[in-house]
Design a protein around this ligand. Structure first.
Ligand SMILES: O=c1[nH]c(=O)c2[nH]c(=O)[nH]c2[nH]1
Length: 307
């Protein structure tokens, strides 16, 4: 009976923190530093270690951790974290016969070059807020999937947002409004179209630049033009327009998933019978809260080609 059990397993190392510096001269743009939190997880064809005392097929998670530092050392040219993830995935699936698949996840700590007296500093950095993340799955055949994203991208606007004409029934208290604050913390994931290591473009395509560009398109669409903005009838509609604009602008992105919690700014009205109108709301004083918050998410993809 026990012989018929099915076993699926994977192992790896998480929270491997590595930082890499590339020391370019100031004239070439100055030093570049990245700080990455790497997780590697491998799938093996052979799993005797789960069912016996035979560890002969295990690549120790300690060796997996060491490999991250070896590969960082070997990257003498600047690499994006997507490229680094592919390098690691290729390494584990090609060096070890039993490893059929590797998943490499990286989150970047957002060190940003400082600007001093209007000039980018050659070796000074400060920590930003939102994070670039990636998940790369590499198979032994060289087939792969690259998903990248943004986490913790907080956006807010003080007007040009409303919510009205929604379902109104005995459970409804929320009034219609065409004037409110809208605030969110965007999590975005997008998929690149590369399906095999051989399709990954060389230097002409830069994943890091694409991350910056996607971030800008998301924010520009959320805010609208600087002087007048753009009216948002719901977080749902704004989310869709943001995803659509990313797909419009970047043909090499196949699909976009956005998660945009609605972080409420509740109008403050305070008073009682003796003291009515202690604070009367006039689009000025709010109670910000993220507990509870609305959860709004969607995936927008290009139609599948009908070849
Ligand atoms: O943009 C919004 N979408 C909703 O689905 C919703 N629900 C709610 O109470 N407020 C809002 N706002």
């Amino acid at each position: 009976m026990a012989d018929r059990l099915e076993l699926q397993g994977r192992h790896g190392k998480s929270r491997v923190r590595v930082s890499r510096v590339w020391r370019r001269p100031a004239a070439a743009g100055g030093h570049v530093i990245v700080e990455w939190n790497v997780a590697v997880s491998v799938v093996s064809d052979r799993l005797p270690s789960y069912t016996s005392d035979d560890n002969s097929a295990i690549v120790a998670t300690d060796s997996i951790k060491n490999t991250v530092y070896v590969k960082a050392k070997e990257c003498t040219e600047i690499v994006s974290m997507e490229e680094f993830a592919v390098i690691l995935g290729r390494h584990f699936t090609s060096l070890y016969p039993q490893v059929s698949e590797a998943t490499v996840t990286i989150a970047e700590r957002p060190w940003e070059r400082v600007v001093v007296d209007g000039k980018p500093h050659s070796h000074g950095f400060k920590l930003g807020v939102e994070k670039h993340v990636t998940e790369v799955i590499v198979k032994k055949s060289g087939n792969l999937l690259i998903n990248s994203g943004i986490q913790g991208y907080s956006l807010l606007k003080t007007t040009q947002s409303g919510f009205e004409k929604f379902v109104r029934d005995r459970y409804t208290l929320l009034p219609d409004t065409r004037e409110r604050i809208v605030a969110t913390e965007v999590t975005a994931w997008w998929r690149y179209p590369f399906e095999h290591v051989s399709q990954i473009p060389s230097k002409s395509f830069c994943f890091t630049q694409r991350y910056q560009d996607v971030k800008k398109v998301l924010a520009d669409t959320f805010f609208g033009p600087p002087d007048v903005g753009v009216y948002s009838p719901s977080v749902q509609n704004t989310l869709y327009l943001m995803a659509k604009e990313v797909l419009n602008r970047f043909p090499d992105i196949a699909s976009v998933q956005l998660r945009m919690p609605n972080l409420h700014f509740i109008p403050v009205n305070l008073g009682n019978k003796e003291n009515p109108g202690l604070v009367k709301f006039a689009d000025d004083v709010y109670l910000p809260t993220d507990e509870p918050h609305g959860t709004i998410e969607a995936t927008v993809s290009r139609p599948k080609s009908k070849l």
